[in-house]
Design a protein around this ligand. Sequence first.
Ligand code: F6R
Length: 605
Amino acid sequence: MCGIIGYSGNLEAEQVLISGLEQLEYRGYDSAGIARMTRDAVEITKTTGNVSALKRKLEEKATLTSHCGIGHTRWATHGGVTEENAHPHRFGKITLIHNGIIENYKKIREDYGKGTRFCSQTDTEIAAMLMDTFYDGNPEEAIWKTTAKLEGSYAFCVLFEDIPNVVYCIRKVSPLVAAYAKEGAFVASDVTALIAYTQDYFVVPEDTILVLTDEKAELHNQKGNVVKPEMLHVKWDFASAQKNGYPHYMLKEIYEQPEALQRTIAPRMKENIPDFEDDQIPDSIFESIQQVKIVACGTAMHAGLIGKVLIEKRVRIPVGVEIASEFRYADPIIDQKTLVIVISQSGETIDTLASLRLAKELGAVTIGIVNVKGSTIARESDYVFYTHAGPEIAVASTKAYTVQIAALCLLTMRLALIKKTLGRGEITRDFALLKESIECVKHALLLEPEIQKMTACLTEASDLFFIGRGIDYALSCEGSIKLKEISYIHSEAYAAGELKHGTISLITEGVPVIAIATQESVFSKMVSNIREVKARGAKVILITKESMQVEESIFDYHFTIPEIADDYTPIPAAVILQLIAYHTSVRRGLNVDQPRNLAKSVTVE
Ligand code: F6R
């Protein structure tokens, strides 16, 4: 949560900070601010609202030449959305921005700030006060002394009023990456803000201070020694993180799915069998596995629900799918014979990260399915399976979800091969089906105009239901979250057979029900469930495979995906659900890419 950027170099700081914040805005957009350094002052501009509001405020100010500064886009944790609570915060000689939560800020305020009048309600201002208390001309010492007192998570970028054109940074848990390019030195919450300048960057290690000057981005350990960074290279470029003519990032990312799937699947194909040699995931780790736990949050967890169906069916070992924020406090039953798969697009979700750490402590073998290269979960997992979706900027996850499913399909196949529950012939067939799903996605994208028209009937709905059975139920969960997060229409996902145990009382005249019925084995049961809701006046939007025969009387709208084996239908069917959510949100005139109260990367509990 919260996007942060810091810069020292030869460009105008305002320009670098603002364009960086625009790239990072998906991390939080309650308020935004920058601090620019000149030889004798630090000038702060901040406001509630998004980066455009900040730009407008800057336009009203006199021009200021500065080549060094810090910027922040906020997702409120401590204190409401007010200008006072927006970052940067200044206390004495210190101006800083923060991403994270200082858990013991009250105690610090009591110990060091008694009688002090603070301008904001934030934990961040308390950290600035503490650093100012410890600062006597030696910035690094002040930082070490401050962080020694702090409990919680943080990424700080700090300006010391009397040290011109230098940004000091430190982090614990919350992410920070840095780079040096011909334009100067940069630090940011993630690489999307740096990509306009360079594709080579490094993750700032914990327990080091990053010092940015116009000549370098240097890491210092607590003894004051220079630490060599471990450089990373990001394959995508600035253009990949732009809208490229699409009205919203979400739509662009929905359309990117065929390539994203191809990039995730193709490099793992050797003789038509999934192979993870290049991922450095050895077969030996699968041999003794007796159970699998998939741990994740939100959409990533929903991908896990699909993974459970696939693994249990093909490998015949028990799979539990756990919500990370529950798992980490639930005293889970796992041991060395458990494979824990954590799934995270960002690789930074705090609950998923904590679950990973717990699983490792308990001796499980861990694999991270992660999209963002070099992210914390990627670094800390025993093994990492990168999805290659490219940058996902819209808050609502789309392409990351379908590639996560593809990753789980591939892992299932390899696990089945090692466990000998499937033969090579069967796996080759499975692999071909997975590749076929990419073509089906292209077909699903062609439905966009029809889907767009249909969504006219959803815009006024106050409640909506998704129903399905088996793997379609797992997909319903994803359809429901996607719709509610960006359209603000209340929706729920139900196992179709469970509906009449309570929820069917909510189905009345005109209530939309999105029925996913792509599974041959339970198709007739689904049709009965659809009849039940239709009989109570529901407006049914039905999704099936092309070949499935359905009477017109049971639906109001019908969308089909091409013929494909049952286990692979979620990949194309997901596209239909994404487009339904997208167009409903657009019709309701909402901010599709930045829905209220949400942020892309959830780095607080
Ligand atoms: C929904 C959505 C969230 C994320 C969840 C986990 O569209 O994007 O539910 O899936 O916050 O995020 P990652 O995958 O980054 O761990």
